[in-house]
Design a protein around this ligand. Structure first.
Ligand code: MRU
Length: 348
């Protein structure tokens, strides 16, 4: 039985608010260790995001919202008259923690709007907004689970990429939530999960969540996806998103674009599952999305970092899949088939 505060429908919690601050499940330690660490400052939460203790677009946004609450708590304690000015530094630091997931900027905009309305002690008021962001994400995931499972009717095998489960969200998951809902309905036989190099979110996190739910799963190297699709074992690839442009282009974990190209070639359908907080109406197309590049040390053997080495590494951690390669975008507000700027407008 889950100890999730919103429902018993989800297994693990990436983020828990307590009197001490924000308890963050350190996802770098999984699956070996379930280790929570408490952060009681906005700067600490920003560091938890940039170091990938917490990751996944919706979870990053939720963590940042709680980070603003912590910033307000300390700022108000120091100077009730000037905390609204001081919190701008905290918001800036949180905004700089990672560049691609738009949920981060969406959540900070909501918190900033709440700050503008706040009078007196800000903590209870801002905490209520952060909790609402958290709860709404969980509810959106349950709704998307049902909508996405409708599309998966008849599919015996699905492929997923990265981790989009309870760990990456306010609970239940986006793409993994759809897979959970479809599994409960029956008919699906097996979930295939890519390793997701270089951070191995699939190998460490997704198969861990699937194992907890006792959903039969097969892990494969990222480079085995074409061969899997050719075998006929999967009818759908189901992935999440970090940012969806107004024309339906999708930024998601590096390797998603490769899967989309492969899926088109093999007649496998591609479903993107993301809450409307991931849709960036201000970004017209994927060409305008900032793709995070992380340290080459995440890829490169240390021996190539020594003096005299002429080898470097290129480590983009997201890519952009053109809308034309996507069959369906599933949000809590509805499903967009064959996304385009016109089709996406139905969500506004
Ligand atoms: O680098 P990460 O682990 O934060 O990347 C996560 C992803 O790319 C997910 O697919 C995306 O955030 C959707 S999570 C519901």
């Amino acid at each position: 039985m889950s100890d999730h505060p919103f429902s018993t429908a989800s297994s693990v919690q990436a983020l828990k608010w307590s009197d001490r601050g924000l308890d963050v499940l350190d996802q770098r330690a999984l699956p070996g260790e379930v280790l929570y660490q408490t952060f009681d400052t906005a700067a600490g939460v920003a560091e938890a995001i940039s170091s990938m203790r917490v990751r996944g677009a919706p979870a990053i946004g939720i963590a940042a919202a709680y980070g603003v609450v912590l910033g307000a708590k300390h700022g108000f304690a120091r100077g009730p008259a000037v905390w609204k000015q001081a919190i701008e530094d905290d918001i800036r630091r949180l905004a700089e923690s990672r560049p691609t997931a738009v949920n981060l900027f969406w959540a900070l905009a909501r918190m900033r709007e709440a700050i503008s309305r706040t009078e007196g002690d800000p903590v209870p008021q801002l905490l209520a907004v952060a909790r609402k962001i958290h709860e709404d994400d969980f509810a959106a995931n349950l709704a998307m689970g049902e909508l996405g499972a409708n599309l998966l009717a008849g599919a015996q095998g699905v492929l997923t990429h990265c981790n989009t489960g309870a760990l990456a969200t306010g609970g239940y998951g986006t793409a993994l939530g759809v897979i959970r809902s479809a599994w409960r309905r029956g008919g699906m036989e097996r979930v295939y999960a890519t390793e997701t190099r270089p951070w191995s979110q699939g190998a460490r996190l997704t198969v861990w969540e699937l194992n907890q739910d006792k959903i039969p799963a097969t892990l494969l190297a990222d480079s085995a996806a074409a061969w899997l699709m050719k075998s006929g074992a999967v009818q759908w690839a189901v992935v999440g998103a970090d940012r969806i442009a107004a024309n339906g282009d999708v930024a998601n974990k590096i390797g998603t674009y490769s899967l989309a190209v492969l899926a088109k070639h093999h007649g496998v359908k591609l479903m993107v599952v993301a809450p409307t907080s991931t849709v960036d109406w201000a970004t017209a197309s994927g060409a305008d999305i900032v793709v995070e590049e992380r340290d080459q040390r995440e890829l490169l053997h240390p021996c190539f970092l020594e003096a005299g080495s002429v080898v470097g590494a290129w480590n983009p951690v997201f890519d952009v899949t053109p809308a034309a390669l996507v069959d369906a975008i599933v949000t809590e507000a509805g499903v967009v088939l064959n996304p385009s700027a016109e089709a996406m407008a139905s969500l506004r």
